[in-house]
Design a protein around this ligand. Structure first.
Ligand SMILES: C[S@@+](CC[C@H](N)C(=O)[O-])C[C@H]1O[C@@H](n2cnc3c(N)ncnc32)[C@H](O)[C@@H]1O
Length: 390
C-alpha cells in the first residue's frame, strides 16, 4: 500500500473557533494519500457477551475469522479469539495483556453492567483498553490525553458508574485512577474514536454496524465539514499488514493552505440531523458552506439525499411549499439554481450509489502524477469509473 509523508503534505495549525486543524502544505491532487495513520488503541464494538449470531473477528487485528482461519483462542480465557499465533503473541504483549484478559472476564460476570445501556459495555471496553495503554505504552497514553475532549457534566453518570465498577472489580495494577481521569478518557473517546465497519456483506436491513473503534493520533486533528474534501479508508480484511491503519485520500484537488476536512458521518444526513449530532456529540455548530445554504431551507424539506444526489422528501411530514420545489430535484441539474444547491455536484459525483451504502467516493491514488479515472467507495469498496457517471 502506498504511504504518504504526512509531515510534508499536511500542516497542523490552530484556527480560531475550530481548534487544531490540518491544512494542505502544498497543492493536493484528487486521490492523493495525505495520511496513513496507525491507531494507538483499537477496541471491540461488541457487547462483552457477544450474541451467538454475530460474526467473529480476531481480537487483535479485527480481521473477520473465516471458517478456514487458523483460529487460536486465548489460553487464559478461551473467550477471545485470534487469527493466528502471531496475533495472539502481539495481543498478549499489548491489547490483551493478562490484566485486560482478567478485567474483561470479571466484567462479563457483572450483572450491574448488563442492566446498563449497551453503549456502556463498549465504554467499559474502551476504559480497559485505555488504562492498559497507560501500563504498556505510557507515551501513547499521553498522546491520548492530549487529544480534544473535556469532561462534561452530562457524561458524569456514565463516568461515575464505570469508574466505581472498574475500581471495585478490576483496578489496573499500580496505576492510580481518578474519576476525573476516567471522565476525561471517555470524553476523548467520544470525540476522537473512528468506527471500523463490518463488511458490507454482513449488514442487515441496510444498517451499517461497527466492528471496532480505533483512536488515531494524527487523524484526530481533522475537523469536520459536511462537504468534505478528503475521506478515510481502511482495509481491515484485505491489507496484508498494518490492516488497522487508516488511509486518508483527497476527494478532489485543493490548493495550498486549504483546510482538509472529513465528514464525521455519512454525507447524506439532512441539515437538522447533522447539526444535532455535531452539537450533541462534538459540541459545535457547523457553519460550513453546505450548512449555510441548508439553514435557509424549511424544516420539512430535504430529509435525506438519495444516491442519485436527489433530495428526498420525508413522506411523514407536510408537503413542501411550492416555491421550494426546485430544491427537491437537485440531480436534475437545470431545475436547480446554483445558489439554492451549489453542492448537488458533490452528491452526484462523490456519493456511492449502491443501495443503503452512503459511502463517499475518492479517486484511486494517482499514478505517475496522472489522476485515476476510477473512484473507490470508502464504505463498500465498490469501484466506479468516471465514464459510469456521465
Ligand atoms: C476530532 S477533534 C478535531 C481536532 C480538534 N479541532 C483539536 O483541536 O484537536 C473534533 C473537535 O474539533 C472541533 N471541530 C471539528 N470540526 C469543527 C468545525 N467544522 N467547526 C468548529 N469546530 C470543529 C470540535 O471541537 C470537535 O469536537
Amino acid at each position: 500500500m502506498l504511504t504518504a509523508d504526512s509531515g510534508s503534505v499536511l500542516r497542523l495549525v490552530e484556527i480560531e473557533g475550530r481548534g487544531r486543524a490540518l491544512v494542505a502544505s502544498q497543492p493536493l491532487k484528487a486521490g492523493q494519500i495525505v495520511l496513513q495513520d496507525s491507531p494507538i488503541v483499537v477496541y471491540s464494538a461488541f457487547p462483552l457477551v457477544k450474541p451467538q449470531s454475530s460474526a467473529s473477528y480476531c481480537d487483535n487485528c479485527f480481521r473477520i475469522l473465516s471458517s478456514s482461519a487458523n483460529v487460536v483462542p486465548c489460553p487464559l480465557c478461551s473467550h477471545h479469539l485470534f487469527c493466528g499465533p502471531n496475533c495472539l503473541t502481539a495481543a498478549t504483549a499489548s491489547s490483551h495483556s493478562p490484566w485486560v484478559c482478567q478485567a474483561l472476564s470479571r466484567l462479563r460476570d457483572c450483572p450491574s453492567l448488563f442492566s446498563q445501556p449497551l453503549e456502556q459495555q463498549v465504554q467499559a471496553r474502551f476504559l480497559i483498553a485505555a488504562y492498559n495503554l497507560a501500563l504498556v505504552s505510557p507515551s501513547d497514553f499521553q498522546v491520548l490525553l492530549s487529544l480534544q475532549g473535556q469532561y462534561s457534566p452530562s457524561d458524569a453518570p456514565a463516568a461515575e458508574f464505570l469508574h466505581s465498577l472498574i475500581l471495585s472489580v478490576c483496578p489496573p495494577p499500580s496505576l492510580p485512577i481518578s474519576i476525573e481521569l476516567t471522565a476525561a478518557l471517555l470524553a476523548k473517546d467520544k470525540l476522537n474514536a473512528f468506527g471500523l465497519m463490518e463488511p458490507i456483506s454482513l449488514q442487515q436491513d441496510g444498517e451499517r454496524s461497527v466492528r471496532a473503534y480505533g483512536i488515531y493520533p494524527k487523524a484526530s486533528f481533522f475537523n469536520h465539514d459536511c462537504l468534505p474534501n478528503a475521506c478515510r479508508f481502511d482495509y481491515l480484511d484485505s491489507a496484508p499488514a498494518q490492516n488497522t491503519d487508516m488511509i486518508v485520500r483527497m476527494i478532489h484537488d485543493v490548493p495550498v493552505g486549504r483546510e482538509i476536512c472529513l465528514s464525521y458521518f455519512p454525507v447524506n444526513l439532512n441539515y437538522s440531523a447533522r447539526q444535532k449530532r455535531l452539537t450533541e456529540d462534538y459540541g459545535f455548530t457547523c457553519n460550513c458552506d453546505r450548512c449555510k445554504v441548508e439553514a435557509n431551507w424549511s424544516d420539512n424539506e430535504a430529509d435525506v439525499i438519495d444516491d442519485n444526489g436527489t433530495v428526498e422528501e420525508n413522506e411523514d411530514e407536510e408537503i413542501m411549499e411550492e416555491d421550494n420545489d426546485e430544491q427537491m430535484v437537485a440531480s436534475e441539474g437545470d431545475e436547480v439554481g446554483e445558489a439554492d444547491f451549489p453542492h448537488a455536484y458533490f452528491f452526484v459525483r462523490y456519493m456511492c450509489n449502491r443501495e443503503n451504502c452512503w459511502g463517499t467516493l475518492a479517486p484511486l491514488p494517482p499514478s505517475n502524477d496522472v489522476q485515476s479515472k476510477v473512484l473507490e467507495c470508502n464504505v463498500c469498496g465498490n469501484h466506479k469509473s468516471e465514464e459510469d457517471m456521465c
